[in-house]
Design a binder for this molecule. Structure first.
Ligand code: CP
Ligand code: NVA
Length: 301
């Protein structure tokens, strides 16, 4: 059966460990100037409905390092859902490429693609989930503060947050999620986390939520394609959800952000540029984590 990666809990805890272990090994090889051609002559199709810096570059570079090739298909190329039905695109792609990574608006479109594709489909972000980001987040946490640390998500209960909740549940990380009341994690995601054995602590008090944290993670308040931005920004600002030195107080918490960051909005320039920051390691780890994922999904291990 074709394995897809629609969200992080498509992997078992054991498979997640394999992906992260492979990522670490491949990262060490790159550091030594080595490249292991695990996906020689394989091709990844990359379909984007939204802009990207990290996802596009890390997947394309990752395929090159693994001895394969990646094809970029932007909004004007494939015209996803416009030139032909999604199921026709899924079947056509399946006849050409070995794997496809897609960045979409509607998560249901991803499900339509996976229902008709006979190649692995990787979620490169939808409005609901960003599991490739979670792989890099977990690799970064494992390399630094460790899985036995306390992590706090502060901000919007968005796509990045939802996959991170599930990833922490799989990895056994003690997670607190602090969001304004109207912008929390979807109840169905909290249920899935509970099924994985670890529902996060959910609050709306940022100061209390970061007080004991070893790492604090945030993301933009208004995501790509989202409407009602002004009202939303006002709610986060009034609620004290900006990640700044005052909020971090006396803690020596490290700071995570998936990027791109809106400095002065959800996070200050001071915090992002401080010794607390893990964000550049986190961004680089997208490359290594996804190479580990592709190796597992494409059967190279
Ligand atoms: N974090 C992330 O996915 O970045 P891009 O939107 O630049 O790909
Ligand atoms: N939540 C953000 C993440 C970008 C990588 C967005 O969807 O725009």
């Amino acid at each position: 059966m074709t394995r897809h990666f629609t969200d992080i809990d498509d992997l078992s805890a054991g498979e997640l460990a394999t992906v992260l272990d492979t990522a670490s090994e491949l990262k060490s090889q790159v550091r030594r100037g080595e490249r292991e051609s695990l996906l020689e002559r394989q091709t990844l199709g990359m379909v984007f409905e939204k802009p990207s810096t990290r996802t596009r570059i890390s997947f394309e570079t990752g395929m090159t390092q693994l001895g394969g090739h990646a094809i970029f298909l932007g909004p004007d190329d494939i015209g996803l859902g416009e030139r032909e039905p999604l199921k026709d695109t899924a079947r056509t792609l399946s006849g050409y490429v070995d794997c496809a990574m897609v960045r979409l608006f509607d998560h249901e479109d991803l499900e339509t693609l996976t229902a008709h594709a006979t190649i692995p489909i990787v979620n490169g972000l939808t409005d609901d989930a960003h599991p490739c980001q979670t792989l890099a987040d977990l690799l970064t946490i494992r390399e630094t503060v460790g899985f036995d640390s306390r992590v706090t998500w502060v901000g919007d209960g968005n796509n990045v947050a939802q996959s991170f909740v599930l990833g922490c549940a799989l990895a056994g990380i003690d997670l607190t999620v602090v969001t304004p009341n109207d912008y929390g994690i979807d109840g169905s995601v909290l249920e899935r986390a509970a099924e994985l054995g670890a529902r996060p602590t959910v609050t709306n008090d940022p100061t209390a939520a970061v007080a004991d944290a070893d790492a604090v993670y945030t993301d933009v308040w208004v995501s790509m394609g989202e409407e009602g931005g002004d009202e939303k920004r006002a709610a986060f600002e009034e609620g004290g959800f900006q990640l700044n030195e005052q909020l971090l107080g006396e803690t020596d918490a490290r700071v995570l952000h998936c990027l791109p960051a809106h400095r002065g909005e959800e996070i200050t320039d001071e915090v992002l540029e401080s010794d607390r920051t893990l964000v550049w390691r986190q961004a680089e780890n997208r490359l290594h984590a996804q190479k580990g994922l592709l190796a597992v999904l494409c059967g190279a291990l």
